[in-house]
Design a protein. Structure first.
Length: 353
């Protein structure tokens, strides 16, 4: 089959991004569910450490999207950060407040296996810390906010390709400088900033029409990227200060492969639906997965098949529940915040006249 250049205005390639989000979120959910099942089964159910690659793919997608939505558009720094804050914080703060209430009533249900006490202040302000957040997956949002800040400073107000290249260089430099700074990587792992740079670079290639639709190439990239990621994670690099350096290329290969599949994703409506609710799923699934040990203990299950069955059922429940959170909380809340800011601006403009 002859390969074709991917056009930016074709909706099926927007769908491929949504599919990537859905797959990344599913990898993280399965990883966390496997951790609980592994502990409950005494190690009989294997861990799924490969699932951490979902976070790295998310960083790639973030870099890609930020370039894509700002490329060749004039946008002030305030406008850009305003849109990013509306996208990130309403749901995150809402779930953090929910977690805080749970923490006050039943502390053992929040970060029960953590080696450090939960940092409540850092949870809401997303400053770097080695302590867990109330919504522990929120640690990745710290890197998102840093990336947004660097992008605004370097690439705006008009994100031309040359600005994007400069941003990539700044992100790469920050990764290496951070590594040499001596800062504890458990507080701030600078190497992860490199993954945003790779995402931006893929975004530039996409915008220029350099990414071509090719199923054989996609399969090769996905398989090779997964294999390299598995090797790096098996060697412990996925939980080290070198994580970004070790997983940037494998993650880029996987992400590139997902995009190159193009129209294939239109047939997988479930994956696309999960992609739509991926942010809710990423943040909310720990609230549901806590049901795995609770249900196993309540029912008195001890056999591996029983524990596995409960884990799978609650994983599916977390996907459904998170989609409900997306439909009835995340989406309406985001729209409400946008409306409030738009109204405030209109009121200010009217008063100025």
């Amino acid at each position: 089959m002859k390969s074709q250049s991917i056009a930016v205005d074709q909706p099926q390639y927007v769908e491929s991004i949504q599919a990537g989000r859905g797959i990344a979120a599913l990898l993280v959910v399965i990883h966390h569910a496997a951790q609980k099942a592994h502990a409950l089964s005494g190690g009989a159910i294997p861990l799924f450490d490969f699932g951490i690659i979902g976070v790295d793919i998310f960083f790639m997608i973030s870099g890609f999207i930020i370039y894509f939505v700002t490329a060749n558009k004039t946008m002030t720094h305030v406008e850009f950060m305003e849109k990013r804050i509306i996208r990130v914080f309403p749901l995150y703060w809402g779930l953090s407040l929910l977690a805080l209430m749970v923490f006050m009533l039943a502390p053992k249900l929040i970060n029960s296996n953590a080696q450090e006490p939960t940092d409540i202040a850092a949870s809401f302000f997303l400053w770097p810390t080695s302590a867990p957040y109330l919504v522990n997956n929120g640690w990745t949002l710290t890197y998102e906010i840093i990336f947004y800040g660097l992008w605004a400073l370097v690439a705006l107000p008009t994100a031309k390709p040359k600005n994007a290249y400069l941003a990539c260089l700044v992100l790469a430099a920050a990764s290496f400088i951070g590594l040499l700074s001596g800062i504890d990587y458990k507080v701030m792992n600078f190497s992860l900033l490199l993954e945003f740079a790779f995402g931006v670079a893929i975004g530039v290639a996409f915008k220029k029409g350099l990414i071509r639709q090719s199923t054989p190439v996609s399969i090769v990239l996905l398989a090779a990227g997964a294999f390299l990621a598995h090797l790096a994670i098996s060697e412990g690099l996925g939980s080290s200060e070198l994580r970004g350096f070790a997983l940037a290329i494998p993650s880029a290969m996987i992400f590139f492969g997902l995009i190159s599949l193009g129209p294939f994703w239109a047939r997988l409506r479930v994956i696309l639906a999960i992609g739509d609710s991926s942010y809710s799923l990423y943040l909310f699934h720990p609230f549901i997965l806590v049901g795995i040990p609770l249900t196993v203990k309540l029912l008195g299950f001890t056999s591996t098949p029983q524990i596995l069955a409960i884990s799978v059922a609650i994983c599916i429940a977390s996907i459904w529940a998170s989609h409900m959170v997306y439909r009835f909380v995340e989406f309406p809340l985001t729209q409400m915040m946008r409306g409030m800011i738009k109204s405030a601006k209109s009121f200010s403009a009217a008063r100025a006249r």
